[in-house]
Design a protein around this ligand. Structure first.
Ligand code: ZN
Length: 259
């Protein structure tokens, strides 16, 4: 199969709490292994309303890039669903230490349902089924956050999770498919409040350095949604000569086209 399915494309509080876009995270099927990344609010519902439906018992692992609710709200119920209500011990869960230790978002009794809970660290290397992935660098975000490089047998997928842009960020995320959580249209003037996200100018800089076969913008905040992300993606694509699209809820990318 080999596909990426976007069960949600909402980013930040307003778009998520008003459900202007869904917030179910990303389902990845690669080399026969199914994993779920950042199960925000509504993930379980989106799995079953998806066409064809996605069965959580097919999952072998769940990754949280960080503990903010738009990424973690459904983590407990998805662990329960993956393990058939906790009756079948299986799978792995990965999360930064602050999602497990301080003010944890993963309930302790649910942790017993999985085979292993692993803590994400800078420079970490991990595996789930046939997939390997790394967390190359700690992001600049208000809670501990990591992006992912996912290694399939024939393709490398990079996911840059929430972060403020920092010098050299793009050097860590080479890949044929690049997914960017691009919340903001442009940098915010008020430096006090919630600026720790990538903007469209940041995305442009990163994509032009990495030159992926496909770049996907997702995790949209209000300013970006109002500016029509599909038009921005089209314009960036023309400017850079790189295939760039904006994700829609329920969008599925067939990876065999890029292998
Ligand atoms: Zn966040």
């Amino acid at each position: 199969m080999n596909f990426i399915k976007f069960l949600g494309t909402a980013g930040a509080r307003v778009v998520v709490t008003k459900q202007l876009r869904a917030s179910g995270g990303i389902w990845l099927n690669l080399d026969g292994t199914n994993i779920l990344i950042d199960p925000g609010p509504g993930t379980l519902v989106k799995c079953f309303s998806s066409k064809p439906k996605l069965n959580p018992t097919d999952l072998e692992g769940i990754i949280l890039t960080h503990k903010h609710l738009d990424h973690s709200n459904d983590i407990n119920i998805m662990i329960e669903a993956m393990t058939e209500g906790g009756f079948k011990k299986k799978g792995k869960v990965f999360a930064p230490s602050d999602a497990l230790n301080q003010d944890p978002v993963i309930l302790k009794y649910v942790r017993e349902y999985v085979e292993k809970v692993e803590i994400l660290k800078e420079g970490g290397e991990y595996s789930i089924g046939n997939i390997k992935f790394t967390t190359p660098i700690k992001h600049v975000h208000s809670v501990e956050t990591y992006g992912l490089i996912i290694y399939g047998s024939k393709i490398k997928i990079s996911l840059i999770a929430d972060t403020l842009y920092f010098t050299g960020l793009e050097k860590y995320y080479k890949g044929e498919i690049l997914i960017l959580n691009t919340v903001r249209l442009e940098p915010k003037q008020d430096l006090k409040y919630d600026i720790q996200h990538l903007t469209i100018p940041d995305a442009k800089k990163i994509i032009s350095f990495i030159k992926p076969k496909l770049a996907i913008l997702t995790h949209f905040g209000m300013t970006l949604l109002r500016a029509k992300p599909w038009e921005i993606a089209k314009q960036l694509s023309t400017e850079l000569g790189i295939n760039i699209i904006s994700a829609n809820d329920g969008m599925q990318i067939n990876l065999s086209e890029f292998i």
